[in-house]
Structure formats: C-alpha cells, structure tokens
Design a protein. Structure first.
Length: 617
C-alpha cells in the first residue's frame, strides 16, 4: 500500500482517545495506528501554545506543524503530522497568504529568499477583500499549514463556516485567498493537494434531502449554488456545479475531488453530522471535508474514501492513498524518492535515517518547551548508554520561561547515534509539589531526594499521602488512569462547533427541531441564557424538577415508541426561549424530520410545564 493522507476535523477534542475504539489508549500514537496514515491533517484543534503537551508534540517517529489562533482562545487551529520514516517536507509555512513570519524571524514568508519560500502568494490586485478584512486578519485565526515536498505542495486548511452575516466577508475573503494561492502554485508548475474541512457542500448529492429543504425555504438550487463562497469553490473543481458564466480568472478548473473521482455516484457519503440533533445514526449529514489534487497528479492515487465508523468528533476522517510508484516527467519513480529531501531515498530504498537535522523551523519540536527533549516512553523502554543526570543553566532558563513553577531534570546520553525518537539530550519538566500536571513526570535520582520527600510526607499528613497513591513506581505513570479526565471535562462533554455550511448545515430557520438543545449545550456566558446562575435567575420549572429529584424518581412521559422522553431546552429567540420540553429519545432519521411508525425519532413533543405526571407507585 502506498503513502496515505488523512484529514480529520477533531472538533476541539484534546484527548480523542477517551472515545471508542481506543478508549484504553492514551497517546496520539494509538490514533495514528488506527488511521493507518502517513500524513494526518487535523482541523479545529482549538488549542493555544500553552495547551500543547508532550503527547501532542514528542511522538516517536512523527513530526508536527501547528497553526494556532493569534487572538481567539480555544478557536480553529490546524495541525499536520508527518511520519518521518516515509516523508519529510523541505519547506513549511503557516497561513494562506504568506504574511506571517517564520519562528524567530521578522521577515514574512512571502518576502523570504526565493529558494526558501513555497511561492504562489497573491500578487497586488489579485485579492480583493471587503469590509475590514485584510491579509493579516485572514492568517490570524490558525486556519492553514502549508508543507512542500519535492513531489507536491500540501495545503491543510480549515475554512470559515457560514454562521452569520457578520462573518460573510471573512468567509468569502478566505475562500478567494485559497483560490488565488492554489491557482498561482499550479501556474508555477507545482503539483498541489488541498485537504481539510472546507465547510462547503459542492453538489446536491453531498447533503441530505437538499431539494426538499430548499423547497420549504422557497429557494432554488441555482440560488443555493450561486452563493459566493460555494461558487468560488466549485470553480476550482473539475466537474464543479457552476452556474455559467464563470468568473474572470476562474474559467479553468485546477483541482479534482478525489472521493468523487473514486465514488462518482455514491449517495450518503457524508463527513459531518449535527451532534445536537443526534443526526449521525440516521446519516442525515453533509460532505464538507475533502482531499483535492491538481490535474497532473490525478493518476497518482489508487483510492480515496471516508472512515464514517471512527467516532470522537462530529466529523469523520477522509483519506486518499498514493501509489508506491508514480509517473513523472522523468518517467516512473518511487513516491518515497520525491516525498523526502534529496539523498534520503533512492529507488524506494532509504539511504540515510531521518535525524533532528531534518527539522524545519516551523516544526513544533523546536518550540523551546519541547526542543531537545524526547518522548517519556522512550526513556523507559529504550536502553540508554550510561545515562547520567546533569543540568545546564541554558536549559533551565528555557523551561523557566515556559513555566516558572517547573523544575528541570535533564538526562544526557553518551550515545553518538541520533534518531527521531532518541535525540542526543532530553529535558523533562517536573511540576512543583503544589501544582499537578497530566503531562509531566516526577523522577528522583538520589537517596537525599527520597529522604526529603519522606520528610515532606510526614509534615503534610494523610491527605498528602493519599494523593501519592499509585505513584510509587515509574511504571504507574505509563498505565491508563481509571478515570478519564478528558471524558469528564466540560469541553469534551459538549463539543463546540463552528457551524455548518449553507442553508442545510446551518439550519438557520426551518423546523421546530432547531429549538431542541440539550441543557449541557447551553452557553452560560451569554447574557440571554436563563441558565447563567441560580443566584441571578429563578426558573420555576427547573426548581420544580429539582425538588422532584429530591422527593423521588422523576416521572417523564413516554414517546410513541413507549420509551422515556428526553428533556431539552429551546434557545430560539422568542417567547418560548428557555422553556423545557420533552421529545423522543431516538435519533433523527435519514429524512431529517420527525417520523411516524418508523425506528427513528417520532413526533412526540410536550412542554415540561404542561406535563402532569401520574405516579402509579
């Protein structure tokens, strides 16, 4: 099997391994094994630099490149992971228009020396931006990482969603910037792959029950596909759904949709579902995640598909597989030969091993917090040559800048060989006693240290002693915890979404189902929410329900299936905002509507205030 590229919108799940099928796995290595990919492009990482952890960056055999939001916390974010044994990029950039700067530099990517830049940046007059949007704004939200291999340029992107009118200018500006950059790269003679969550439905077959829903909205298919962002996207694609005439400078398509290339008539091939409506079991969704490639490499691919069975996000992964050998101007060549810097592979055989010298400036492994460190597991499962404990002031200063409360323990190996999983030196950040951390490891190397810890134990009493249980040996750190913190965290309990594309994904105005929102999904930060704080707002219905919990088991109505209803709260503006109601607990069916006499959600709807339970006990 050839080289495999996978894209996945993880929707802010910091630890996707709290979900099946890898519940007992606690490292990113587990996910990569399941995806069986060599390049993994993630979107909506929703992390900041301070949130980066060892198991996100120091993965044996992998390199990683991040684009993180500059201003908005817990928002957007793109990461590209590359398997060092198969591929290593020769250049890396952050942002779609090239106005950001490489690490430790004040020179923008587009102003770098020609031999150090990827190229294809918008030329003056090519990109017309509306409103208060400028090029720096487009690149400030962490929406794009671009890697160049000798074989092609890979653009991993997370395009803005169609949430509300205030974002229309940004959304259109970003899509136009992507269009310009791709066309310029192709004009330079470079092969291009674009992959990620583009938040655009390209045709009617790519979203559930589109024509019926448009009819209810009083909108035609022509109107729907003429929306500015969708029109720009479809003009990029061969066989795109474009209402003629095409825009100036967009007359010629340049990219192929690989999933449609291999499955041209397949229906229900969706990649995103509305979790608030529980529409995934009934496969009422949309296809908005893509792997696209330029025309000159269409025949390089041998497969492309979705992995709809993998859970952990409201999106599923999409992948494409490159053949072992490909046709180029120089004849047939092994793909690995042109997926690495010159001199690494020849005729599919590795000539030299990957080393830290191959790291690019944008690699996350060169972030000061992680530089010259190694994965925790390597320290205990590898056999170092005569390890000894040392500490250098420069290393202490580096970690001190990241977290002044952490102490530094540095281990240095006398081994002369260097590999991707065994750097020549490593530093491990250890938290101070009053600060816990799920990504650090405590180590002791002398009897005096152990003695000091014993004295501290005696002084702190039984509470301190109980907190140390289960950590008497180093292997305890490598075993999974019985309680999954990621699963219990509020962020993972209610995944946040950036909204879906268009009239179908946004669900902005049709059907009473839009008002059905679990209480756990209410945004308590909004002033209009009735769930801000119990001290500020009194809800008699909630109070009644709270008393019923104290006085006995709450009685809920049955739906048409004879099953207990679930209680939701409406957020739709109007007189009923904040009211609780009961509906059928089953998921929506393929039609996206309530159905009678089927296995999917029935039409049961009862306001909580109007429900008068009869206790038969």
């Amino acid at each position: 099997m050839g080289l495999r590229i996978t894209t996945w919108n993880v929707n802010g799940i910091r630890n996707p391994f709290s979900y099946q099928p890898w519940r007992d796995k606690k490292t990113f290595e587990a996910m990569f094994d399941i995806l069986e990919a060599d390049i993994v492009v993630m979107q909506e990482t929703k992390i900041q630099r301070k949130d980066l952890q060892d198991d996100m960056v120091l993965i044996p055999g992998w390199d990683v490149f991040f684009s993180l939001p500059r201003h908005k916390k817990g928002y957007a974010g793109v990461a590209i992971y590359t398997r060092n044994s198969v591929c290593a990029p020769i250049r890396a950039e952050e942002g779609i228009v090239g106005v950001l700067c490489p690490p430790n530099s004040s020179t923008q990517f587009k102003d770098m020396p020609r031999d150090q830049q990827i190229g294809g940046y918008p030329r003056p007059g090519q990109l017309q931006l509306n409103g208060n949007i400028d090029e720096l704004t487009l690149d400030s939200e962490g929406r794009c990482v671009i890697l160049e291999f000798p074989a092609f340029v890979l653009i991993g992107t997370y395009s803005p969603a169609n949430r509300d009118e205030s974002r229309d200018d940004f959304r259109l500006g970003y899509m136009e910037a992507l269009d310009v950059r791709v066309r310029n790269l192709v004009a330079m003679g470079k092969r291009v792959i674009v992959t990620g969550d583009l938040n655009v439905v390209r045709d009617a077959i790519d979203t559930a029950n589109l024509l019926e829903r448009l009819r209810k909205e009083g909108m035609t298919a022509a109107d729907f596909f003429s929306a500015p962002s969708r029109r720009v996207f479809n003009q990029l694609l061969f066989e795109g759904n474009v209402i003629e005439p095409k825009d100036e400078d967009r007359e010629n398509p340049v990219l192929w949709d690989l999933c449609r290339l291999f499955h041209p008539t397949r229906e229900g091939m969706y990649t995103c579902w509305d979790t608030k409506k529980n529409s995934r079991p009934g496969n009422f969704g949309s296809r908005i995640d893509y792997v696209l490639c330029s025309d000159d490499m269409k025949n390089w691919f041998i497969d492309s598909n979705i992995q709809e069975g993998l859970m952990g996000s409201d999106h599923c992964p999409v992948f494409a597989v490159l053949n072992d050998t490909v046709e180029t101007h120089d004849g047939e060549i092994y793909i690995k030969d042109i997926m690495n810097p010159p001199g690494v592979f020849k005729d599919g055989k590795r000539l030299r091993e990957w080393s830290t010298k191959d790291l690019l400036p944008l690699s996350a492994k060169l972030i000061p917090e992680f530089d010259r460190r190694q994965n925790i597991k390597d320290m205990f499962f590898k056999k170092p040559a005569t390890p000894k404990t040392t500490s250098t002031p420069s290393q202490e200063a580096s970690i001190g800048q990241a977290d002044s409360s952490e102490k530094l323990i540095t281990t240095r190996s006398t081994s002369t060989g260097t590999t991707d999983s065994e750097p020549s030196s490593s530093a491990i950040a250890v938290p101070s006693p009053d600060k816990s951390s799920s990504r650090t490891l405590k180590r002791t190397s002398s009897a005096s240290t152990t003695s000091n810890k014993s004295q501290k134990k005696a002084r702190t009493g039984p509470t301190r002693e109980s907190s140390m249980k289960g950590q008497s040996n180093l292997m305890g750190f490598l075993k999974p915890k019985t309680t999954d913190e990621a699963t219990n965290s509020e962020e993972n309990a209610k995944p946040l979404t950036d909204g879906f594309d268009g009239i179908v994904e946004a669900e902005s105005s049709h059907g009473p189902i839009e008002t059905e929102t679990p209480k756990a999904d209410i945004d308590k930060s909004k002033p209009n929410s009735i769930f801000n704080d119990a001290e500020d707002v009194f809800d008699p219905i909630q109070a009644k329900e709270s008393w019923s919990k104290l006085l006995g088991k709450r009685i809920v109505p049955k739906c048409e299936h004879g099953e207990d209803c679930i209680s939701l709260v409406t957020k739709k503006p109007g007189m009923n905002r904040g009211r609780s109601f009961f509906i059928c607990p089953r998921p929506l069916g393929p039609s996206g509507e309530k159905e009678k006499g089927t296995q999917w959600r029935c039409g049961t709807f009862i306001w909580s205030s109007e429900w008068k339970p009869v206790n038969t006990s």
